[in-house]
Design a protein around this ligand. Structure first.
Ligand code: GLU
Length: 400
């Protein structure tokens, strides 16, 4: 009789954002000129001062185990950052440094969830959320965002989805994949429901530094003592500091939750990479001018790509307020044809775009939004220009 495997593991769908990105990289390695709007990964190199700090850490022999929840200097730096930028008081004992945002989320669900606990996930969502909830024994419950407000969810739609099993709601602002930013008022309404109906907020603020055109990032935990107690704030260095490969994320939570997350982490990974922690310390405490420059570049790209996509036939775009994604509604392309072949899904569009036009995009079926395509504009202007040109050529070839 064959030995069985974990049902949870068998149900996990590998990350399609990473798979498409890997495909684009492999095609490039074969010599093809592929433009990749796929993973949200800044095209900038990690700033020099951060790399130097890592090199110095290696030279100093800072290559051994660290405390499971991260070195105290880094937790203090995160605490200071929370105070300065988020108006949040978390002591170093409330901070856990992890191996990236996904790892922080996995720790959070590991601490919050018992089998069958429900987690409300606004749709569209970053594809990793439901997988991590399920891996921790939880049940994702989907609530659709409202088109009129850029597919953000309202407090009342969350309230309607709450059951006796609801343990938490995930709020992601600035949002992946919509690029929307929740206002203070919207968050205050959601906080009211969380307090009244007694559930946690998992606040994923990974793109917090990337907002444009007067949109301000607000941390929901900063909106009062009660919501502070119920929120686990999660962020990291990958996006704002161009440090995707270094894998450093962090959380602010109650001391109790931080202690439990640290315990889980101590068994799962011992600690986040010692050298990456020193790099993160430099990122948070060192010169911030390159971060400002990267943000300016993203703002410029946002403006440009939005202008271009709004001029495209058939496609509707949401104007991004933050992060580095633009979400395109391809509904009008579906049921039309390309080279005699009927187009039935955004997945198929993405397939045609990469195979025939050498442009990689993210179809949003795995984000709960099957008619949409996400473009990351964390790539150079030249690449944006070339890639958009190729998508336009595809659209021009659409047959009625
Ligand atoms: N979070 C990024 C994205 O959505 C990186 C890829 C991934 O981890 O899914 O593109």
């Amino acid at each position: 009789m064959p030995l069985s495997l974990s049902e949870k593991a068998l149900c996990v769908k590998p990350s399609s954002t990473l798979a498409i990105t890997a495909k684009a990289k492999a095609m490039r390695a074969e010599g093809l000129d592929v433009v990749s709007f796929a993973a949200g990964e800044p095209n900038f190199n990690t700033p020099e001062n951060i790399c130097e700090a890592a090199i110095q850490a290696i030279r100093d022999g800072f290559t051994r185990y660290t405390p499971a929840s991260g070195i105290i200097e880094l937790r203090e730096a995160v605490s200071a950052k929370f105070k300065m930028y988020n108006n949040l008081d978390y002591t170093a004992g409330q901070i856990v440094i992890s191996n990236g945002g996904k790892h922080s989320l996995s720790n959070i669900f590991g601490v919050l969830l018992n089998p069958g606990d429900e987690v409300i996930i606004p749709v569209p969502y970053w594809l990793t959320y439901p997988e991590l909830v399920r891996l921790s024994g939880g049940v994702p419950v989907y609530v659709h965002g409202k088109k009129e407000i850029g597919y953000k969810v309202t407090a009342s739609s969350i309230s309607d989805a709450v059951s006796s099993k609801t343990k938490a709601v995930i709020i992601n602002t600035p949002n992946n994949p919509t690029g929307m930013v929740y206002t203070k008022e919207e968050l205050a309404e959601i906080a009211k429901v969380a307090i009244e109906k007694n559930f946690y907020i998992v606040s994923d603020e990974m793109y917090e530094q990337l907002t444009y055109g007067g949109h301000a990032h607000v941390s929901i935990a900063s909106l009062g003592d009660e919501i502070y107690k119920r929120t686990i704030t999660c962020s990291g260095l990958s996006k704002s500091y161009a440090m995707t490969g270094w894998r450093i994320g962090y959380t602010g939570s109650s001391v109790e939750i931080a202690r439990l997350m640290g315990g889980i982490q101590s068994h799962q990974t011992s600690n986040p990479c010692s050298v990456a922690q020193k790099a993160a310390l430099e990122a948070l405490t060192g010169d911030q001018s390159t971060v400002v420059k990267m943000k300016e570049a993203f703002a410029e790209r946002k403006k440009y790509i939005y202008e271009r996509v709004t001029a495209m036939p058939y496609v509707e775009a949401l104007e991004p307020a933050g992060a580095f994604y633009v979400l395109l509604d391809f509904t009008k392309v579906l049921q039309k044809s390309h080279q005699g072949q009927k187009i039935e899904s955004a997945n198929q569009v993405a397939q045609i775009l990469i195979e025939d036009f050498q442009v990689a995009v993210i179809p949003c079926e795995d984000f709960g939004f099957p008619h949409f395509i996400r473009l990351s504009y964390a790539i150079s202007m030249k690449a944006i220009d070339k890639g958009i040109g190729r998508i336009e050529s595809f659209l021009q070839k659409i047959e009625q």
